[in-house]
Structures are given as structure tokens and as C-alpha cells.
Ligand binder design. Sequence first.
Ligand code: M6R
Length: 614
Amino acid sequence: MCGIVAYTGSNEAYPILIKGLKRLEYRGYDSAGVALSQGNKIGLYKCRGRVADLDLFCSDKDIKACAGIAHTRWATHGEPNTQNAHPHLSEDGKIALIHNGIVENYLVLKKELMSRGYKFQSNTDTEVLVHLIQDIFVKEQVPLEEAVRIALGGVVGTYALAILSADNPGQIILAKKGSPLLIGIGDNEYYVGSDGAPIVEYTKKVVYLEDGDVAVVAPQKKLVIRNINDNAKKRPYWQKLEMNLEQLEKDGFEHYMLKEIFEQPKAIRDSMRGRLNVQKDVVSLGGIIEYETKMMNARRFIIVACGTSYHAGLVAEYLFENIARIPVEVEYASEFRYRNPLIYEDDVIIAISQSGETADTIAAVELAKRKGATVIGICNVVGSTLARATNAGSYTHAGPEIGVASTKAFTAQVTVLTLMALSIARKKGTLALSEYHQIIGCLEDIPEKVNEILQLDDIIKDISTHFVNKRNAIYLGRGVNYPVALEGALKLKEISYIHAEGYPSAEMKHGPIALIDEEMPVIVLATEQETYEKTVSNIQEVIARKGRIISIVTKGDTLVKEMSNYCIEIPATTELLTPLISCIPLQLLAYHVAVLRGCNVDKPRNLAKSVSVE
Ligand code: M6R
């Protein structure tokens, strides 16, 4: 949800800012802009569209500067146009500001500022911040950072801010509450980013700002961090940035999404690495060791997440209930946080998030903590807000996921959740050693099986040609394959814009069956399962209404294969682990359909990778 980059030092700022914005474009791509510190003036360049459009727009402009702030926007308040693009300027043109987050009380603040004569250039919530800061700066005659601190005291909402001032060339003021912001230190220079991607090329020494921090960076000067509320000075805590530049490249693939789909064997292996000791019959997730007893004795697990991570949570419900015999509730974080849920101190909340920045998931975690529950996080981005907000947790180690559609993060999440369930089940004694060995054996084989499915890419590409002109699709699955059906439908709709819905196969006859006709593709997960026969009946029901069947079956299946218009065979595994492989053909199918339809696969319309606003 909006990407922020800033630089101050002795190098040319513009190339660093533009490169940084390109790396953060997955966070939003409605408009982009840059403000440069040029002598005692601020040079402001912004436009609707992508970072490449901004770069083109700037190609004949004076962009020489050693400090600047830059922004790529995912629109919340105000349509995506140049006027609403960040940075926003104060009326005297001396302060430029960029923002990621939402100012919830912006209407009240705007009214007040307008009554005092301030004129607004945009429809954004952000613009109130720059006028408010200028107002305090002029009236109170305090340093700009102090004006920022005072202003933020009256702001309700979330923000990551970077502010540039014409009076203080080279100085950048930063502030954070609820949206991520980190500072990298180079050779007498500072790099700032919403995540590590714009920074990693230059330095690995970073400080993650915390909620309530206001920081000031200037070349040759020490980083100063103060608290918004009491102005107390804070010692910066420098950490190593866990990210490699190579992970941010496309590596010869046409899209990040395809690269990430093909990275899954490695991502799954990495998420298991060092956690499985087969000889000693131990699964050990270092991050949660201290909390395992609490987890074993939990009254119930409540899993909170959004989107694809929510689907991983639904898979986990089967895992924890089946093998660890712990009751599980899976909730959309956005619903959970607002429905005054019953949360007990002996509940364990598991929050799942690839980015670790999803606003609703973080809010659900904060709520659970206030109620005294133990909160465990599962996330991919090291050092993210979720990782820091939870009592304990496990990283998925899938590597940076840049495509907006989540793929490898899902399989890595399911892998970690499987390890968690196995570890707790063994300690609780709810899983016989023989079954434990059988599941572990299958888990170790998963990366190779994923590899095998990836070899079917051409066949799946071929099948996708039959989807290009479809307007709807239905995905069906039972048991552990039900969340996979939801995930398959989400993948298709978000990147190809074909309307798709996932249902538990048996629910179809309670309504959705009315949609079936010869135009409707029905993708059925019909792998070897306890409920296989029931699935066969559900397929018959679709065929009787002339629906087109695309089935995912276990290798060697003949029954469903013969009933299907198209069939994708995947290797066998133990039922509980099926989602780890049955999701792969659905990811590829969605990918190829979207490419054939000419959609921007990595940056689908209206979306952003990290949804850090409500
Ligand atoms: O970073 P998170 O896992 O918390 O993100 C949650 C959703 O926004 C995310 O999974 C979204 O649904 C993806 N675009 C799905 O592909």
C-alpha cells in the first residue's frame, strides 16, 4: 500500500530513488512522484501511472540533487491522478511530504485548516499533514522535526512519512505509526524504504523504525530518533538486513509470478531447513520452542489472516484438528477485529501473513494481545511489523515474493503450519510414531513432487487457451482441497479478472449449480481422498448440466480422467499434504490464462502486494 523511498548523501539521489521505487512498485502503481532537494528549493515531479512514466516525465527535467523523497501510490482517498500523486507540498512550496497509511481524522483536520485559509490541491487525506505541519512550524517557531512531532500528536490513523524541507537541504524527517519504514546507513549517507528492497543494494545495516518514532537523517550526521509522545531520545538499534539483491531479480522469467511459482520446490525446502530431524524424530521450530507447552495446552487456536494467507489458515485447521486434536477457528482478520470476539487467556492466536504488514492482521494481533492471549506469527518478511508484534513465531523463509499474486508464500506457510502441527502432535502424543514417520516422509518428498508438476507447464498452458474468453469459473474441492479451491479461484480472479468462485464440492447443489451450463468451466480437485467417491458424484452432477470439467487427479486415475474435458495428473501424497501440490496446477492455470488475456500479471489492476490500510 504505497511505497516510500528516500535518500540523502553525496551521491545523485534521483537514480537511487527511481530504482528504489521500481523495486517497491508492487506496493502500489496508481501514480508516482519525487521531490528533490535542489539548493534552497524543492523540485517536485509527479504523474499518474507507473514509475516508468515518472522516469519518462523526468527525462528532460533538472533532476540533480543529493537528497530526495519518492513515492509510488496505491490510491485510497482521491482517484489515481497527478493531482493526488505524492509528494504533496506546503503552500509556500518549502515542505514536501510523502505518506503511506491513512489519516482517519483528515476531514476534521481539513475543515479546520480550510477555515484558517489553507487551500487544498488534492483530494487526498495526506495533504492535511503537510499543511498542518507548516501551520505549526510557522506559528510555534520550532524546528521542523518538532513541528512534525506536535502535528502527529493530533493525527488519528496510520502513517509512514518522509518529509523534505527547502530550508534544510539534505535533511529528511521520518515518522512511523502502523506502516513500515526502515533506514539504512551507508558511507555518511542514509537510505530509506518501506522495506529493504530499495536499500539492500547499498547497505545491509538498517534500523526498523517503531511505532511512535520520529527520526531525522542528514549526511555526515548521526541518526536521531525521538518518541512522538514524550519527545524522549532513543538509541537506534542497528540490525542486519536479511535480503539479497539476486532475490529481487526476475532471473530470466517473463514475470515474477512465474519465477515464484517455479521457486516453490526451493521455498518449501528452505521453510523446512534445519527444522526436521528425521533420525531423532524431532520437528523443531526454534522461534516457538518457548511457547510450545502453551500451544499444547491451548483451549483452542484462532487463526487470523487475509487473502491467500487465510486460505493457508484453512488448510492448517485440518492439520491441527486432525493430528494435534486442538480445536481451531479460522477468521478473516478484518472481521475478527471488529466483532468483539471472545478471546481467552489460554487461547493461542496464530497470525499468518506473507508481508507481515497487513493492517487488519496486525490489528487482530493487537486485539488478541490486549485480551491476554498468546500470539504466534507466521510470516515471510524478516523484521516486519507482525514479526515484531507477536510473542513468538516462525519465518517461512520463502524469499522475497514480488508478484502481487501470492504463490510460494502459500506453500511455504502450509509447510511451516504442517511442521507446527507435527511438532505439537508428537509432544501431545496425539499422533502415533508410525503416522508421524509417514507424514514426515511424504513432506520430504513434496519439493520433488512440486518439481514434477512444474514439468506439466506446457500442458497447463495449452488447457488455459480454452479459458481465454470465459467470464466465470467455478472451483470445487472437498476436505483439504476445499481451501485449495478457494485459493485457485482467488488466483484466477485477481490476475485474469475472470469472475471465479471456490466452493466445497457438496455445497454446489445448494445454489451454485444454477450457474452451470455449457459455458461454465468447473475446475475440480479430485485427488485420492477419503471423499473421492463423493467428488465423483459431484462431477456427474456438473456433467449432467453440461458443465466443462477440468480435473486435478492423482496420477493413474482413470475414472475422473475419462469424465473430464481436460485433466491434470499430479503425484500421490498423503491426504493431509495434498494442498501443497494440488495448488500448483491452479497457480499455473491462472498465470497462463492471465498472460493470454494480456493482463499485467505481476501488477494486477486495483491491487497492491501489501495491504497496510484497512
Ligand atoms: O501479506 P499478507 O499475506 O498478509 O497478504 C494477505 C493478502 O493481501 C494476500 O494474500 C492477497 O490476497 C494476495 N494478492 C493473494 O494472491
